[in-house]
Design a protein around this ligand. Structure first.
Ligand SMILES: Nc1ncnc2c1ncn2[C@@H]1O[C@H](COP(=O)(O)OP(=O)(O)OP(=O)(O)O)[C@@H](O)[C@H]1O
Ligand SMILES: [Mg+2]
Ligand SMILES: [Zn+2]
Length: 284
């Protein structure tokens, strides 16, 4: 196919896709409480092949199509909000509790050491495991800043993705003739640096464990850096020790403060708003 023809058919494909995901809006009429009885709200129907390997296809209720339409960023991009943040923009002073300040001081020092010695870390395939039980403590922002640093200063090839996103990408290959699961797994196993955001939030189903094992094991064998963020410590991850022992061996596990920067920001915004209203009243 010549390039022009190829472009035209790509545009047609995309148009068809947009039409499919916007005009039909499958499942739109279902009230939220009506979980699809076939896929039980997962969007996927599963079956096992002769070797006992779990497989699946998209449910007709269209949940997956809606999820795909929602997916604006392409796979493996650093989140828009964190795209231009470098490591210096991470403010260690935002936390309010003494304990938080202590934790972030140590973790911050460890990350600085890690980046200062990145050549050695690369040789050994050492990554990071950033975790805190509390949501909004700055893990994703830090991981994105590190990823930016690796790309801009070290010119490394980095892919940033969420754990759930990776799973959805894998599922999407199951009934896509143009993309194969093995190609995707290979890409995830061989990229120089892989950031897996929110690892462990996904349901620890057998097939998911198998896929992550294959990615993580492949990366370990090739001494490639993997950076994880998680709301669970390594001990609390719901995967078997084929996975956790490999992560343990190939990452520095660094705790984040049990304090939500998200809430601190919300509170600051609220104070600014109140001050603004008071200021406005005075003028009136
Ligand atoms: N040190 C910081 N300086 C400035 N803003 C920060 C800092 N840490 C976090 N934030 C902001 O706080 C919000 C929450 O941070 P982030 O998303 O990184 O938290 P998280 O630990 O990944 O949360 P979750 O557990 O929900 O995934 C974001 O808007 C982020 O930009
Ligand atoms: Mg996060
Ligand atoms: Zn369904």
């Amino acid at each position: 196919m010549d390039p022009l023809q190829e472009m035209v058919s790509r545009i047609q494909r995309e148009r068809r896709h947009i039409a499919m995901t916007t005009s039909k809006e499958p499942g739109k009429d279902l009230p939220d409480s009506d979980v699809c009885p076939i896929c039980h709200g997962t969007g996927w129907v599963y079956w096992r092949d002769e070797e006992g390997r779990e497989n699946g296809y998209r449910c007709d209720c269209g949940l997956v199509e809606r999820q795909i339409a929602d997916r604006k960023l392409e796979f493996a991009n650093i989140p828009e909000a964190f795209k231009n943040l470098d490591i210096r923009s991470f403010d260690l002073g935002v936390y309010r509790k003494d304990e938080s300040r202590k934790v972030i001081r140590n973790t911050g020092a460890a990350i600085k050491y890690y980046l200062d010695n990145l050549d050695g870390m690369r040789k050994d395939g050492m990554g990071l495991y950033l975790y805190s039980g509390t949501k909004g403590s700055g893990k994703t922002r830090m991981a994105a800043s590190i990823a930016n640093e690796m790309v801009s200063t070290y010119r490394m090839q980095v892919k940033f993705s969420g754990s759930v996103k990776i799973i959805n990408e894998i599922k999407a290959t199951w009934d896509d003739k143009e993309r194969s699961e093995s190609n995707l797994l290979r890409a995830l196993s061989t990229v120089q640096v892989l950031v897996i955001d929110d690892f462990g939030t996904e349901l620890p189903k057998d097939w998911i464990g198998e896929r992550f094992y294959s990615i993580i094991n492949g990366r370990c064998q090739d001494n490639l850096i993997t950076i994880y963020t998680s709301n669970l410590s390594l001990q609390d991850l719901k995967y078997d020790d084929r996975i956790t022992s490999r992560i343990k061996e190939r990452t520095f596990q660094l705790p984040f403060p049990e304090e939500s920067v998200r809430e601190i920001i919300a509170e600051k915004n609220r104070q600014t708003l109140i001050a603004g209203i008071k200021g406005g009243n005075k003028e009136a």
